[in-house]
Design a protein around this ligand. Structure first.
Ligand code: 13P
Ligand code: SF4
Length: 368
């Protein structure tokens, strides 16, 4: 389901009373229902979630950790996924039939995942296999719909996350001569570049014009990057880096690999949200860091590490609006709905899609 479809669903209509409750009333309700449901309930939360939500998470993690946690949890009957739609879909695919996955606000989509639909992908595949024959393996960032994961699984490929992308791209090149990397061109480009593939051997597939953007000999192409991006991470710019370097010459810059190539190139380090957290945890006292990722995580790191000087790489950064749809009122509404036996905001991937998508996810999990 894309964001437009999600906005039109009833899942968006939270009763007014949740919006009128005080924070302490909401927190008390959340605590009471959590303790009543005990181990029947499990709440995973992505690092980009708000603190008001994260405080109730049973586990936090980056996309890979949350997929692993979902695959391992065989007991919870109710899983309230505090993250975005594609993550909840992944949790549904990796859990068993009798476990239900809930998304507290159905509008919590991902604009990047919406940049590749399965019809565009099938058209691209038809053209690309016509040009290159059976030489391409599709890989998709987990930030994609279940239908895209199913397409990739069916065609021998796998999912990747920002923390295992290098390993997965290496694996892909053991299978085929070329890869098609969906839907984030930046993660694909940064990963392939780190593995020694020249930028001139990378083409871009434009799903709007259904065409390959490349100047050069077609046979040199090793990586075909889908023309998608994260609208949050694209907001970190070379100009931001110049400003930090001028203002704080000793400050280190660490960014997420969803940032553009030139931003990653000029930074000191890059990695998944989990990698960024670990790097800051292990950094020396008194060290200074500018971080290029979603602002809830940057703000949390600032709070957790008063002994370090931490700033956002872009001080005017906007939050990921869809991640931020999940707030305390929606979480409590979801908890109360479960308590009352109501059936809404359940994420259920159609079986025919889930089976194929699981192939792609399992290939990744086996290698991670
Ligand atoms: P990771 O959790 O893999 O770092 O990805 C960040 C992200 O953008 C999730 O939407
Ligand atoms: Fe999607 Fe970017 Fe938000 Fe992650 S941060 S959910 S990739 S829009």
């Amino acid at each position: 389901m894309n964001i437009l479809d999600a906005v039109q669903t009833k899942g968006n209509m939270i009763p007014d009373r949740y919006l009128n409750m005080t924070v302490s009333e909401l927190e008390d309700r959340a605590r009471a229902i959590k303790s009543k449901l005990g181990s029947k309930l499990f709440i995973p939360g992505h690092h980009y979630q708000k603190d008001e939500v994260i405080q109730f998470a049973d586990a936090t993690g980056d996309s890979l950790q949350l997929a692993q946690i979902s695959a391992e949890n065989k007991s919870a009957e109710f899983i309230i996924f505090c993250g975005v739609h594609f993550m909840a879909e992944t949790a549904d695919i990796l859990t068993s039939e009798d476990q239900k996955v809930y998304l507290p606000d159905m509008r919590a989509g991902c604009s990047m995942a919406d940049m590749a639909d399965v019809y565009q992908t099938e058209r691209a595949w038809a053209k690309l296999t016509e040009l290159f024959g059976d030489t391409i393996l599709p890989l998709t960032y987990v930030n994609s719909t279940a239908a895209i994961k199913a397409f990739v699984g069916e065609n021998g490929g796998a999912t990747v996350t920002s923390s295992n992308a290098e390993k997965m791209v290496k694996w892909a090149f053991e299978q085929k001569e070329r890869i098609l990397f969906l839907p984030d061109q930046h993660l694909g480009r940064n990963t392939a570049y780190n593995l020694g593939i020249k930028l001139t051997d990378m083409a871009v597939w434009n799903p709007i014009t259904d065409s390959l953007e490349y100047e050069g000999e077609l046979e040199n192409i090793k990586v075909i990057l889908w023309k998608g991006h994260c609208s949050v991470h694209e907001n970190f710019t070379v100009q931001n880096i110049k400003q930090v370097r001028e203002q704080y010459p000793d400050m280190k810059i660490i960014v997420h690999p969803e940032c553009r190539r030139e931003v990653v190139e000029l930074s000191d380090d890059a990695g998944s949200t989990n990698y960024i957290i670990k790097t800051i945890e292990q950094a020396e006292k008194g060290s200074a860091w500018a971080i290029g990722t979603e602002h809830n995580l940057v703000n949390r790191l600032i709070q957790q590490h008063p002994d370090k000087h931490i700033i956002s790489l872009n001080p005017y950064m906007c939050a990921c609006l869809t991640m931020n749809r999940i707030d305390l009122p929606h979480l409590v509404w979801c908890l109360e709905s479960i308590e009352n036996g109501e059936q809404h905001n359940i994420i259920k991937v159609e079986d025919s899609i889930a089976v194929k998508a699981k192939l792609a996810l399992d290939r990744m999990l086996e290698l991670s």
